[in-house]
Design a binder for this molecule. Structure first.
Ligand code: ADP
Ligand code: ASP
Ligand code: MG
Length: 409
């Protein structure tokens, strides 16, 4: 009998009526003769609340404090897993909850953003084969020292795809509060269009540039293990979006989607000595402090002299990054350090970029026509990102969406 994995996000399990609604969706699969594993998130808002609680008592600066962070913030999923198992039992469907450690879903010890290393699926598979629905608490696992770990915000998507791979599931259905993946966040761009199929590479890039509809690692995992993932709505029966290989997408525009991230901050160092090794002096210690530098620009000056260096870091790491750079001031020899956390990154994405030229130019012109200044640019084979002032995010998204012909009629 085929195994199906279903995943329900925070809004889908936000209250009792919604949990019952989820139970009905699970029952439908069971009634069709499928064996089912369900992965749930915490009720919407709960994880944020738990993170808030932790931050009031800890600066989270030690490895041990991150282990306790995981102990606290993983708890929201324990509640919903138990509640959904209860709702299913009330409907006469045998079901039991599984916490990360009970499966076990084993991760590394990078607490707060752990990576899954292995899922030992024997016990859960046996329970499923015996006719029980497995209700799995998403987002959580256990490290090599038997400490609870969490997989990074939005991590239940990755729990679901990893479980689908481990169980060799026929499908992994990700149910959320929108009915698929759109050309841009439909909550901001009302003219966004639903994509019926999207290439793994494209949604991987969209997710990593900020589209929160899927956690980036879940897409990576689906791509590497060939998991058939579908994104669809918990609240309607509309057809969703299927992740497919690039060759399977027939209708192809120059740009497939537009993503944005407000999770950015900019640092500029002025009058940095333009000598070999200076970049290593700046970025080495940042990497050492586990701070992920994203965009970088440095001017080339003729024959040595001085130059300005600008780069971006996650907004939550800005203060930490400034402290790290200031510690190396003697070696970097910059004149001033400026920072700005009211910036946003807007990215246009599409495999069509491999065969079309002029896409960057169109982006720059569209933003210029709206009077939006570009602070930093970075590109990859299928993506162009620009850093802009945060206040223009929505204007930029809508203007670009129209310019690339993505609007619905
Ligand atoms: P869940 O709690 O179900 O995991 P999330 O809030 O993590 O839900 O993800 C769904 C949200 O992702 C949507 O409500 C939507 O605002 C946002 N989103 C951002 N970009 C896109 C996109 N391109 N297509 C669809 N949704 C998007
Ligand atoms: N509850 C976790 C979060 O809010 C995991 C998830 O929703 O995927 O990040
Ligand atoms: Mg999510």
């Amino acid at each position: 009998m085929p195994v199906i994995v279903q995943k329900f996000g925070g809004t889908s399990v936000a209250d009792l009526e919604r949990i019952r609604n989820v139970a009905r969706k699970v029952k439908k699969e069971v009634d069709m003769g499928n064996q089912v594993a369900v992965v749930v998130s915490a009720m919407s808002g709960v994880t944020d609340q738990l993170v808030g609680l932790v931050r009031q008592i800890s600066s989270l600066s030690t490895p041990v404090s991150l282990e306790e962070y995981d102990t606290v913030v993983s708890s929201g999923e324990q509640v919903t897993a138990g509640m959904l198992a209860l709702a299913l039992n009330e409907m006469g469907i045998p079901a039991r909850s599984w916490l990360g450690w009970q499966i076990p879903l084993i991760s590394d010890n990078a607490h707060g953003k752990a990576r899954i290393s292995e899922i030992k699926s024997d016990a859960i598979l046996q329970s499923i084969r015996e006719g029980n629905v497995a209700v799995v608490a998403g987002f959580q696992g256990i490290d090599g020292k038997f400490r609870i770990s969490t997989l990074g915000r939005g991590g239940s998507d990755t729990s679901a795809v990893a479980l689908a791979a481990a169980l060799k599931a026929q499908r992994c259905d990700i149910y959320t509060d929108v009915d698929g993946i759109y050309t841009c966040d439909p909550r901001i761009v009302t003219k966004a269009r639903k994509l019926h199929k999207v290439a793994y590479e494209e949604i991987l890039e969209m997710a990593s540039q900020g589209a929160k509809v899927l956690q980036t690692r879940s897409v990576e995992m689906a791509m590497n293990h060939g998991v058939r993932v579908q994104v669809l709505s918990s609240f309607s029966d509309a057809e969703g979006t299927l992740l497919v290989d690039e060759e399977e997408v027939v209708e192809r525009k120059k740009v497939t989607g537009i993503a944005y991230s407000r999770d950015e901050a900019r640092i500029t160092l002025t009058s940095v000595a333009n000598v070999p090794g200076v970049s290593a002096e700046i970025f080495g210690p940042l990497a050492g402090a586990n701070i992920n530098v994203d965009m970088i620009v440095q001017n080339v000056t003729e024959g040595g002299g001085e130059t300005d260096v600008t780069f971006t870091v996650p907004r939550a790491d800005l203060q930490n990054a400034i402290a790290v750079v200031e510690k190396s001031r003697d070696r970097i020899k910059y004149k001033t350090l400026h920072s700005d956390n009211a910036v946003a990154k807007v990215s246009v994405i599409g495999v069509g970029m491999r065969s079309h030229v002029g896409i960057a130019q169109e982006m720059f012109k569209t933003l210029a026509d709206k009077g939006i200044n570009i602070l930093v640019i970075s590109t990859s084979e299928i993506k162009i990102s620009v850093l802009i002032s945060e206040e223009y995010t929505e204007l930029a998204l809508r203007a670009l969406h129209t310019a690339y012909g993505l609007d619905t009629e």
